[in-house]
Design a protein around this ligand. Structure first.
Ligand SMILES: N[C@@H](CCC(=O)N[C@@H](CS)C(=O)NCC(=O)O)C(=O)O
Length: 249
């Protein structure tokens, strides 16, 4: 059995995959894709992941893409603790949270992070290789929708759009707070893929300067969940994975 994860150290979706692999105790080989050098749009990688994003996972020669599909695949394929609730209502809620982690949390966090982090990687690349080389790279983004969004956002995202995205994320934080009234984990008494899927976006919201929204004063259950989940060995392992190129310096 051979597992290879194509991932980037700081990517939210890669953190989801690494957490599930660690929960299950799966040994895996790492192929680090340097998003700052747009390695994710290189033809060799696009053969693996047609949308040119991370993560992608290779298990014995078969490729799995989409972090939520990867999470379910890992849970269903490998031994180790069950990461889906037994109760079918809780399991349905788990899938709702996984869906929201992608279509609400990730989507809006992408907008919130853009000016601070993503635009920065573009600026770095343009400073080193020139603006035309950067736009050439952007035109090689294989996913038509993302390519159009990237070009549209290349001058930055307006304050109004960012403010709306922040409101959408706050709304989700309140929903998590409400679900945590019922039980210690998002879908019930057991840790599940929903906790894994939501965590990177709670973490990233804080990193973007909205830590107050996860504070004990504002959302005590979410604050307690956030502190507790970071004590899990799988989370420590997944989130401490650093850029191998920086380590080599
Ligand atoms: N729906 C995909 C989204 C993957 C995704 O957007 N990955 C980001 C990192 S979290 C990425 O590769 N971004 C690089 C880019 O868009 O150039 C998933 O859940 O796997």
């Amino acid at each position: 059995m051979a597992v290879t994860l194509y991932h980037w150290w700081g990517s939210t979706c890669s953190r989801k995959a690494r957490t599930a692999l660690a929960e299950k105790g799966v040994d895996w080989d790492s192929v680090h894709i340097d998003l700052h050098q747009f390695e994710n749009w290189a033809p060799w990688y696009v053969k693996i992941h047609p949308n040119g994003v991370v993560p992608a996972m290779d298990h014995d020669g078969r490729i799995i893409i989409e972090s939520n599909a990867i999470l379910e695949y890992i849970d269903e394929t490998f031994d180790g603790p069950e990461l889906k609730p037994v109760n079918t209502w809780e399991r349905a809620n788990m899938r709702v949270w996984m869906d929201k982690s992608e279509h609400v949390l990730h989507k809006n966090m992408h907008l919130i992070s853009h000016n601070n982090h993503h635009a920065h990687r573009w600026g770095e690349y343009a400073a080193k290789h020139g603006q035309e080389a950067l736009m050439e790279k952007v035109r090689s983004q294989p996913d038509l929708q993302r390519r159009s969004d990237e070009i549209h956002n290349s001058d930055g995202i307006s304050d109004e759009v960012v403010a709306f995205a922040v409101e959408r994320v706050k709304d989700q934080m309140s929903m998590i707070e409400k679900d945590l009234e019922r039980a210690p984990w998002i879908t019930g008494d057991t840790f599940s893929l929903a906790d894994i899927a939501v965590l990177p976006f709670v973490d990233r919201f804080k990193a973007n300067g909205y830590g107050e929204e996860i504070s004990e004063a504002k959302r005590p259950r979410l604050a307690e969940w956030f502190a507790r989940i970071q004590e899990r060995p799988s989370v420590k392992e997944a989130y401490s994975f650093m850029d191998p190129d920086l380590e080599a310096c």
